[in-house]
Write a protein that binds this ligand. Structure first.
Ligand code: ADP
Ligand code: ZN
Length: 737
């Protein structure tokens, strides 16, 4: 027993866990819930851990495995991931191996041998392998102290990925009396969680549920108008980054991949229509950083664990929120910022609706509800995280997440456009729904065009009542009406028709929200950067170290991230470690990795620093960077409006000056305030038309329901006070603080 092992044995368990976190994995601190889960497992209490992808589930059994005397079995359905995980553990100096059908008979025998000789801390198994008589008998004779069931939702028929073999696992775990069972899943539904605990036979299981908010994902939904160009523009901001683009069909995958390559990008397709070998080859090229873009159908992603996926694009609409969340979840596992772009079109939504119509009636309702939830997410005029997390039963109430198009001011505010919409619709009704867009618009703006006069439409009560909008604005409003299925265009005569929705709007039973203004120029993403990524590291050295990593990875036949994650390289390119000791302080560098790769990385760093006259920076002495909250772009409208208000203009003044409605100004001010700016509250209520008693009622409702969302307040007041009025009071209350 060497010195370290001796120290370990006399340490209390949790301290030992922390020691391993630093010493073996080279990480500074536990992530949310990891500590609690590990503590529970070490006490041999059955545990269910629910964490989003990238949350850090693996450490929850890997660290106990290094503390227990006996060994840990990890059951995982993802055969393709086992080798990867074992490679990663081996790089950290942990003795781990796996058994599954992909092994050659010789390797299989070798592993069995390691098990017999008690040489392993962790053994990964496919469920069907564990259920085999010979394997089970071999293991029953050993001291198994922990059975970790990864992807535990596979046991539940309610889950999205039911595997019948999982059902038999409870019989197996029962045979290992000394073993604690730990189920792990990223599935958030309560029903599935309960089902897992029961079906796995967990005893008095303690369930730990982490937040599903992936703070480092930037969420952006854009209207799809020229998809290829939009994707290209996006990719230009991500030169050299790894990322996935999801398409609806195989054909689109092939087409887009070709188009991108023709535009100078380096992408490969992935879908079920390709030969298995080619699919594996393309996936491998992506994992090994030989190609940086994969264009794929939803079939891609389950079997990859790549931590540095920097973006996920939805070129087409995903089926539902759950699969959307799963797919964007593949980005940014390393905790660094990742960029998610969703190109949305109502045409895509109709396509999905068409597929729903083909389903059996019993399934239609559920599918329709799923689609509805996704539409609410897309159309939401609040922080994207509110609707997304609501789906997982979480209440997100930060005033500004700083990491979505809404909170960073990229999305134009949706405003209440009920009145102009009513004008448009009633003009359609008064002309018997026989005309197209141009004619209706001409009536509204009071045009003297021949056709208007010919039909006597200058006599209509709606003639000239739409002068407050310019022609492009009416065009934008018309697009909103089409988008929201309020009107349809008859194919043959190109005339516009009212839908049932339109009738409700005309009767004043429903309000309409939309964007009439032209969208502002998109901001670059910024946002809640992690400590590591706010380091101003040396890009040249980083590139050099990446090359070094690639060489080593190729020599050893492992993906580059198995050697070091980007986060480690970033720190090396910032702190310029010159010795083994300082190398050990780098994030993700544990003892074994320092031993194995120290010289290989230290040499080029030392040489580079000598050439450039750079000195080592001490890591511990470095002041911690404060987390940068994304502030609004300093050139954007909300900022401009905020400053006008601060300089003394009233809301009405500003509306006149910049020629928008007062409610739009209120919207800008809300953004300004939510981004952390202060404005005086006393002049805000000047923009309110509410009577004193109504004002009181509204304030009371906000006190009761909080100022984050308008809908609960709107409903609490029997939908009698308009959203525009509510917004004024909301702004007042938030500004008042
Ligand atoms: P999950 O299985 O929940 O999807 P992983 O266990 O693969 O997540 O962890 C995701 C990434 O986060 C991995 O690259 C892992 O090394 C890293 N990680 C996990 N825990 C920590 C921690 N406490 N500090 C730093 N990095 C961590
Ligand atoms: Zn947000």
């Amino acid at each position: 027993m060497n010195q370290t092992e001796k120290t370990l044995n006399i340490m209390p368990d949790l301290q030992q866990a922390e020691h391993i976190l630093h010493d073996v994995f080279g990480f500074e601190e536990f992530r949310s819930l990891q500590k609690d889960i590990i503590e529970n497992v070490l006490r041999k209490h059955d545990t269910l851990a629910v964490m989003p992808t990238g949350g850090g589930k693996s450490l929850c059994y890997q660290i106990p495995a290094l503390i227990f005397d006996g060994f840990t079995i990890v059951v995982s359905p993802l055969i393709s991931l086992m080798k990867d995980q074992v490679d990663q553990l081996t790089a950290y100096g942990v003795s781990a191996s796996y058994l599954n059908s992909s092994l050659s008979p010789r390797d299989y025998q070798n592993t069995l041998d390691l098990i017999r000789r008690n040489k392993l801390d962790l053994l990964y198994l496919a469920p069907e392998t564990l259920l085999k008589g010979n394997v089970l008998n071999l293991l029953t004779g050993l001291n198994v102290e922990c059975i970790a069931i990864d992807e535990a939702h596979c046991i539940s028929e309610w889950g999205h990925d039911f595997r019948p073999e999982y059902r038999q696992l409870a019989n197996v775990t029962r045979r290992f009396e000394n073993a604690v069972t730990l189920g792990l899943t990223a599935t958030a539904t309560l029903r599935v969680q309960k089902d897992i605990a029961v079906s796995l036979g967990l005893k008095n299981a303690h369930t730990f549920v982490a937040s599903f908010n992936r703070k480092n994902l930037y969420l952006n939904v854009e209207s799809k108008n020229n998809a290829l160009q939009q994707v290209i523009n996006f990719l230009r901001r991500h030169e050299g980054d790894s990322g996935i683009i999801y398409c609806f069909s195989r054909k689109q995958v092939d087409q887009l991949s070709q188009d991108l390559n023709a535009n100078g990008f380096n992408s490969l397709p992935y879908h079920a229509g390709l030969a298995e070998q080619e699919r594996a080859k393309n996936q491998d090229a992506f994992i090994r950083d030989e190609v940086n873009i994969i264009v794929a159908t939803i079939a891609f992603g389950m079997g990859i664990d790549k931590p540095d996926v920097r973006f996920v694009v939805h070129h087409d609409m995903p089926r539902n929120i759950e699969s959307y969340y799963q797919q964007i979840g593949r980005a940014g596992r390393d905790g660094l910022q990742a960029d998610c772009l969703f190109l949305f079109s109502y045409g895509d939504a109709s396509k999905i609706r068409y597929f729903i119509d083909q389903k059996a009636e019993s399934e239609q309702r559920v599918a329709e509800q799923h689609l509805q939830k996704l539409m609410e997410y897309v159309e939401s005029h609040q922080c994207r995280r509110i609707k997304l997390l609501q789906y997982f039963g979480e209440h997100f109430n930060e005033p500004n997440c700083g990491m979505c198009d809404f909170c960073t001011g990229d999305t134009p505010e949706k405003e209440n456009i009920t009145i102009p919409v009513q004008k448009f619709l009633s003009t359609m009704a008064r002309t018997d729904q026989k005309f197209g867009y141009h004619h209706i618009k001409n009536i509204l703006v009071g045009s003297r065009r021949k056709e208007v006069l010919k039909f006597g439409h200058n006599q209509l009560s709606t003639y000239g009542i739409g002068k407050e909008f310019s022609r492009p604005e009416w065009k934008q409003l018309y697009r909103e009406l089409m988008k929201q299925d309020i009107i349809v265009r008859e194919f043959e005569h190109k005339s516009l028709k009212l839908t049932p929705k339109a009738v409700e709007i005309l009767k004043g039973e429903q309000e309409v929200f939309g964007v009439i203004e032209e969208p502002q120029k998109k901001n670059q993403t910024g946002g809640a950067k992690s400590e590591i990524e706010s380091l101003d590291f040396n890009k040249n050295l980083f590139a050099l170290l990446k090359e070094k990593r690639m060489d080593l990875a190729q020599q050893q036949g492992v993906p580059p991230y198995v050697i070091f994650a980007d986060t480690s390289l970033i720190e090396m390119a910032y702190y310029f470690p010159q010795s083994k000791e300082s190398f050990l302080k780098v994030h993700g560098v544990g003892r074994a990795k320092a031993e194995k790769y120290g010289t290989a990385f230290l040499n080029p760093i030392i040489e580079f620093c000598k050439e450039q006259g750079l000195k080592e920076r001490s890591k511990s002495g470095q002041p911690k960077k404060s987390k940068a909250r994304k502030t609004l772009s300093k050139t954007g409208r909300p900022y401009e409006v905020g400053h006008m208000f601060l300089q003394g203009d009233t809301i009405t003044d500003i509306a006149t000056k910049i020629d928008v409605k007062e409610s739009t100004v209120v919207g800008y001010l809300l953004k300004f305030v939510k981004a952390g700016n202060k404005i005086p509250s006393d002049k805000i209520l000047g923009a309110s038309n509410l009577s004193r008693s109504n004002l009181k009622k509204v304030e009371q409702a906000f006190t009761e329901h909080g100022t984050d969302m308008l809908r609960p307040v709107f409903e609490a007041l029997s939908e009698k006070i308009t959203y525009d009025e509510l917004k004024v009071v909301q702004l007042y209350l938030i500004a008042k603080g």
